[in-house]
Ligand binder design. Structure first.
Ligand code: UFG
Length: 332
């Protein structure tokens, strides 16, 4: 049995996926630049390579010495706001580097890849729940940087037999159940970590961005999926890759949405803290409702989410934040 190369395995979703793979007996190798990842998040027994996905020599060394047979590719920049300010960075880091990386993998005889894509490829959806057939029209460079890779895979499949799955994540959330690894972005922009930082008193309040959306309580609705369920989706996708017919794009969510106010109410209940809330203006570029249609991934890969109820998501994230109020010790 060969090993699975996980790029970005020191990042939020990558590090949880590494643990799920190990628990299922897989051989795992991590390649991470630690620009946004955390070495501490990678178990000591996993071979770790510090470096960049576009370092062809390093990739060759890893593939040959570790007998890599498939890749899960997380390594990327993932902040929507940053992508608006620096689109060139996103097209270089996410699109150009992935193209080079995959081209090198194919030359080395590795033709199976599970790729981190995003619901941001859909932009402002015309209908919800959003199916994989919905039009793609990203409204930020982050979404476009990922969509271009999906499109390139289609042609790499035709030309070289690439077997690929692009997982379009909705809102990844939560932490490992023991609270030992979790979510830390610098800067943090995501709702659940910010709510819990307010609960810890590290922020004065949680700001609610807009209360005049076309939803039941006026705040935006998102489809939150526990990071462990998301991790499981990668493992199932990997198993399914031996059949070429499974190549393609798959939504990963729960099919159920919660509003910003529902998330805050649940966080108050889980933490027992009356978290201060401030209503402010809308953040630009936020669609009213983003909910995934999940029939395709459920039917094809048999994904069943186990941890994605709001309470389990928030309780696990709360354990992580309480155990690690300053996040990871090393900032890389
Ligand atoms: N929100 C607040 N206050 C905050 C932070 C967020 O009210 O302090 C709101 C946002 O306006 C949004 C919701 O909480 O309505 C969720 O916001 P997040 O920033 O947590 O997540 P997004 O839905 O904006 O983004 C997620 C991923 C992106 C991905 C996008 C796809 O984090 O990487 O979904 O649509 F691009």
């Amino acid at each position: 049995m060969g090993s699975i190369l996980v790029t970005g395995g020191a990042g939020y979703i990558g590090s949880h996926t590494v643990r799920v793979l190990l628990a299922q007996g897989a051989q795992v190798v991590v390649l991470d630049s630690l620009v946004t990842g955390h070495k501490e998040a990678v178990p000591a027994e996993v071979p770790f390579y510090l470096g960049d996905i576009c370092d062809a020599g390093l990739v060759k060394t890893i593939v040959e010495s570790q007998e890599v047979e498939a890749v899960i590719h997380f390594a990327a920049r993932s902040l929507v706001g940053e992508s608006m300010a620096k689109p060139d960075l996103y097209f270089y880091e996410n699109t150009a580097k992935t193209n080079l990386f995959v081209s090198n993998l194919l030359q080395l005889g590795v033709n199976k890849i599970v790729f981190s894509s995003t619901a941001a490829v859909y932009g402002l959806p015309e209908t919800v729940p959003i199916s994989e057939e919905s039009p793609t029209s990203p409204i930020n460079p982050y979404g476009l940087s990922k969509l271009m890779i999906e499109a390139s895979f289609h042609w790499l499949e035709k030309a070289y037999g690439l077997k690929w799955v692009a997982l379009r994540y909705f809102n990844a959330a939560g932490a490992s159940l023991d609270g030992s690894i979790g979510e830390e972005h610098l800067p943090e922009t995501h709702l659940i970590p910010l709510v819990l930082k307010a609960a810890l008193g590290q922020r004065d309040a949680i700001q609610v961005f807009g209360t005049d959306y076309n939803t039941l309580d006026g705040t935006c609705i998102r489809d939150y999926i526990h990071v462990l369920d998301l991790a499981e989706a990668h493992v199932l996708a990997l198993k399914a890759l031996d059949q070429q017919s499974n190549s393609g794009v798959y939504n990963v969510g729960t099919g159920q949405g919660y509003s910003v106010l529902q998330v805050i109410t649940s966080a108050k209940k889980v933490t027992g803290i009356d978290i201060p809330v401030v209503e402010v203006a809308r953040r630009s570029g936020d669609p009213d409702v983003l909910i995934a249609k999940v029939a395709k991934i459920e039917k094809t890969f048999g994904l069943k989410t186990r941890y994605s109820d709001l309470e389990t998501i928030i309780a696990s994230a709360w354990r992580w934040h309480q155990n690690n109020p300053d996040g990871y010790k090393s900032k890389s």
